[in-house]
Design a protein around this ligand. Structure first.
Ligand SMILES: *Cc1c(COP(=O)(O)O)cnc(C)c1O
Length: 431
């Protein structure tokens, strides 16, 4: 499979090039030149396990660059935890995507990208230094995905005192090839430092720097695997509707791709928080990017979602898209009420992001009966325990994998928000 740029379909590159470059030079986004047809996978899918399904799907995207044995190894090392479909009540099900090391769905994409990059780096026999600016969640998934991978260092920049205690521990306790830089500044300052490094010719002539951007196609591909895995766990003749809590719209893009591969999903719902750029676009027909506003589902605080261009690339026009996708925005108050009610009525504790997903599904079901509903559980509630415990007046059980991290010692380097200081650090520590 080759990949083109959404800004120029004539410009095609291999998976390997799309993976290592992240973004084409024309600032478009990489897309598969043809969405592979996997209709033959559907019949009998209930007999396949998650890894079997993932292998078949991954092969159709990676086969030009990797052998079957290599693809098997990538799947073996990245798809190492399950995505169970859990019934909440009647025809409402949650697809739990938070059983990975950092307790959020971003583990799937980050781990798959890390294992594909590992193979390329081993082949090229050179050291790679990945720079990541993070406001919390992306950084920890990337750090974990690349942990202990030969030939690749990850340098994470995070704003000092501006991430939660759990998030900071997730970023600073890994050690080995993971380096945490605590920047005296904001997330935007961290991002500026990273951007400056990428255009610094002197630095780039001395050390090999790369990114692990969230728009990398290698993060999107594995996210389509769990939609198929959800279907394999469902025993229903009804039309399937999937609600996806959305920020940068990567997760829902992967779902829409799965549908176009042949997965029988009747309709998607993109559920957003107060950052309602896409719902506004759907109702007005005009796309107006906004500055992001802070909400309790903060991993979805995105005012200009990049993956919308990928969705528009799949559909010829907005009317065709509206046939497949509904898009609604929900407030923090609605989100809190949903968390409290779902715990009280169904004895299930949601995190704020997943709660936004359930809100979208319920709104759809209010008008459309006789469907089977799935919403994506994108994070474990324990990640947001400070906030949720106050709302529900009870303690949350912390999973063991998180408890272990909390007891570990933080290791980070404190730097001023100053480019020369950052580049000196890079030049004296890496090659
Ligand atoms: C990143 C994130 C989202 C949003 O996913 P997108 O692919 O950016 O739409 C939702 N929930 C959680 C917990 C996240 O970390």
């Amino acid at each position: 499979m080759n990949f083109y740029s959404t800004k120029n379909r004539g410009l095609k590159v291999s998976f390997r090039e799309a993976l290592m470059k992240g973004m084409p030079d024309d600032n478009g986004l990489y897309m598969p030149e043809k969405i592979p047809d996997h209709r033959s996978l559907i019949k009998g899918i209930e007999k396949l396990n998650f890894q079997d399904i993932s292998f078949v799907l991954a092969k159709s995207f990676l086969n030009n660059n990797f052998s079957n044995e290599e693809i098997e190894e990538i799947i073996d090392k990245s798809i190492t935890f399950d995505s169970p479909l859990v019934n909440i009540i009647d025809n409402i099900n949650i697809l739990e995507l938070f059983h990975g090391p950092t307790l959020a769905f971003k583990d799937f994409g980050a781990r798959f990208m890390a294992r594909t990059m590992e193979k390329v780096v081993a082949y090229e026999n050179q050291e790679l230094n990945i720079l990541v600016a993070t406001s919390g969640d992306t950084g920890s998934a990337v750090a974990n995905g690349f942990y202990n991978i030969e030939g690749i260092n990850v340098i994470i920049l995070y704003p000092s005192n501006k991430v939660s205690i759990i998030q900071e521990k997730q970023l600073t306790t890994l050690d080995k090839n993971i380096y945490a830089l605590e920047i005296k500044g904001t997330f935007d300052d961290c991002q500026k430092l990273v951007k400056q490094a990428f255009i610094d010719k002197n630095l780039k002539s001395k050390i090999n720097v790369s990114s692990a951007n969230s728009i990398n196609i290698a993060r999107l591909i594995p996210q389509s695997f769990y939609y198929f895995n959800a279907y394999s766990q469902l025993n229903s003749n009804k039309s399937i509707v999937v609600s996806v809590p959305s920020g940068n719209f990567g997760n829902i893009t992967a779902g829409i791709m799965a549908k176009h591969m042949g997965l029988p999903i009747f309709r998607f719902i993109a559920s957003t928080n107060a950052n309602n750029t896409v719902p506004q676009f759907f109702s007005s027909g005009k796309y107006k990017p906004q500055s992001s506003v802070a909400t309790i589902s903060n991993a979805m605080d995105v005012g200009n979602p990049s993956n919308l261009n990928r969705i528009m690339d799949i559909y010829n026009n907005i009317d065709a898209l509206k046939n497949d996708l509904e898009c609604w925005s929900f407030s923090d108050l609605e989100t809190i009420n949903t968390i409290v009610e779902t715990l009280g009525n169904n004895n299930y504790l949601l995190d704020p992001h997943s709660a936004v997903g359930l809100l979208g599904l319920r709104k759809y079901m209010g008008k459309n009966k006789n469907i089977e509903g799935i919403f994506l559980g994108t994070a474990h509630p324990a990640k947001f325990s400070d906030f949720i415990e106050k709302e529900i007046n009870q303690k949350i059980n912390i999973p063991n994998r998180l408890k272990k991290i909390i007891d570990k010692e933080k290791k980070s380097t404190l730097l001023n928000n100053n480019y020369p200081e950052f580049s000196d650090y890079l030049l004296s520590n890496f090659k």
